[in-house]
Design a protein. Structure first.
Length: 263
């Protein structure tokens, strides 16, 4: 566990978790709670993580919110495995509410048109071994698990295929193991801001994430809580704390549990 921000006092943070009347834990799934799997439907949480989250929820009155880049339809498996109060999917474009409703945001028409144009040539890259994912507001091309040369070839072909797209309403974003063409307008930071807006000013909260797409969330939580980068290696980030999974992830959740349990 390593503070990346010299102003961070981690003992004080956990004291706050202990005294707060409201506790909120915002969590990415793939790469954060679960190691990556070439077939995402098989990505299981690290050992002990699901049980610790259950304890957090029951004994420490912690609200658990999953904030994932997956489509909500593809998040059903993880949501069945880990306790949660609500979930945000597709980088903030889909919301599975506390009441169990699915709310979706519509990307602007122009962006939808360009995403449609982007999808067909991306799908052709499946023959080179890439995995293509169409979400509410994006097209993602995954090359995780491919040989470096083949992955590079996919990257080049994709750059050629998407060269003619009108990019004013789209953003091209790298993530760990692929690239995503996404409508501008919403990201994980928006999901975090909306969750925080529903909390009292003194709520103790933290966001745990691993990927570049989690940086918007780290930026959004910075003023109110703790951003935690969960990764084997640190990197340039807006998170204030770095933990290496699974050992330090488990230690972080255990400490939250001990701090928040009723005395
Ligand atoms: Mg992730």
């Amino acid at each position: 566990m390593q503070a990346l921000d010299p102003q961070l006092d981690i003992d004080r943070f956990f004291q706050r978790v202990g005294h707060a009347r409201e506790r909120v834990l915002l969590l990415d799934y793939d790469g954060t709670l679960a190691p990556f799997h070439k077939r995402p439907e098989r990505a299981e949480p690290y050992p002990r993580v699901a049980q610790l989250l259950r304890d957090l929820s029951r004994r420490c009155a912690t609200r658990i919110v999953i904030v994932s880049g997956r489509r909500l339809a593809d998040l059903r498996g993880p949501l069945a495995r880990i306790p949660h109060d609500e979930a945000w999917a597709s980088h903030g474009w889909e919301h599975f509410t506390v009441g169990g409703d699915r709310l979706g945001y519509e990307p602007p028409r122009g962006a939808q048109r360009q995403l449609q144009l982007a999808e067909a040539p991306a799908r052709c890259l499946a023959m080179h071994g890439a995995r293509i994912e169409r979400k509410v507001a994006s097209v993602a091309v995954h090359w995780r698990g491919m040989q470096p040369g083949a992955a590079e070839r996919v990257r080049e072909l994709l750059a050629q295929a998407w060269r003619g797209l009108a990019m004013d309403e789209l953003a091209l974003l790298e993530f760990d193991g692929g690239v995503e063409l996404r409508a501008r307008g919403r990201d994980k930071g928006d999901a975090v801001r909306e969750i925080l807006a529903s909390c009292g000013p003194d709520a103790a909260c933290a966001y745990l994430g691993d990927d570049l797409t989690d940086e918007d969330a780290f930026g959004a939580i910075r003023e109110r809580g703790l951003g935690v980068l969960v990764r084997p290696e640190p990197r340039d980030t807006r998170a204030q704390l770095w933990i290496a999974p699974p050992r330090e992830l488990v230690a972080f959740l255990e400490r939250w549990c001990e701090s928040g349990a009723p005395r």
